[in-house]
Ligand binder design. Structure first.
Ligand code: ZN
Length: 92
């Protein structure tokens, strides 16, 4: 069996959790590799201490670990549709 390598970014959120995305370059996924190039994470796979942008820190920390958490915040919209009609409840 082949096991495709995973990104080695290590989130500090709630313990040690590895990013789940496939490796793109230098053992990082495409997204975290970009963060590496921008000096936002270290080559060891940790969030850089010099990154002061809290929103960005959270993004990087959650990416690939808690994808849904990144979507929470300003700009997030309610999920359209519902499919639940409260009066559609038949006799029963
Ligand atoms: Zn990653």
């Amino acid at each position: 069996m082949r096991d495709s390598p995973r990104c080695r970014y290590i989130s500090t959120h709630g313990g040690v959790i590895r990013c789940r995305h496939p490796v793109h370059a230098q053992a990082f996924c495409r997204w975290h590799y970009r963060a590496l190039l921008q000096g936002e994470i270290t080559e060891e796979g940790y969030l850089s201490d010099s990154l002061s942008d809290q929103v960005r820190r959270r993004e990087i920390n959650y990416f690939g670990v808690h994808p849904e958490a990144v979507l929470v915040g300003p700009g997030s919209e309610p999920v359209p549709g519902g499919g639940g009609d409260p009066e559609a409840d038949g006799p029963g």
